[in-house]
Design a protein around this ligand. Sequence first.
Ligand SMILES: [Zn+2]
Length: 219
Amino acid sequence: MRGISVVILLGAPGVGKGTVAQYLKDKYNAYHFSTGNLLRNEVEKGSDIGNKVEDTLRSGGLVGDEIVNELVKQNIEKVVSDGSVVVLDGYPRTKNQAIVLDDMLSGKLKEVIRVIEIDVDKECLVARLSKRRVCIKCGNTFGPQDGVTICSCGGKLIKRKDDEESVIRNRLKKYEEDTLPVSRYYADRLVNVSGDGSPVDVVRRVDVILHSLGIEKRR
Ligand SMILES: [Zn+2]
């Protein structure tokens, strides 16, 4: 098991998990597994799993634990031998998934899992999310701190219905309820990091944490 490190990012919608994941990909040469992307890849490949989940994804439903667990397992097994950092975001979503993850690689994965929970004050999150805009072409999201009015792909930026204040409050509440058992499960492997300030501030804090865990930048 030498080499591979698994970093799980926890944090409510809007705390900047995507930014941190992208940073780890760029600077730590990390594999970034988000369940959404893994599932969409399967659909594109037309694999058995892809065919099974296509309709669920299209209707915006949640894909069952068993399929998601299997997909994560397959992808981790593919990269386990090359000494990489694996970043998980959006998984595990439930305590049950966390238990399954610990059991992967004959129970050895457990030893290399570290969890970073990004914290942002709830009222700040509401303010941040209600100012969020999404590109109608590629789906990238932008906050006021990005200072852009049009996406680099040329797409127009719009405010999603999901980013209305009342919807945001409900989403945050649901997130808390769903994730609390997961962060409790990881209590002894979890480091909290403040998500306040600019993305640069946040990734600097993440660097310090990873360094203390013996995970270093690759480029
Ligand atoms: Zn775009």
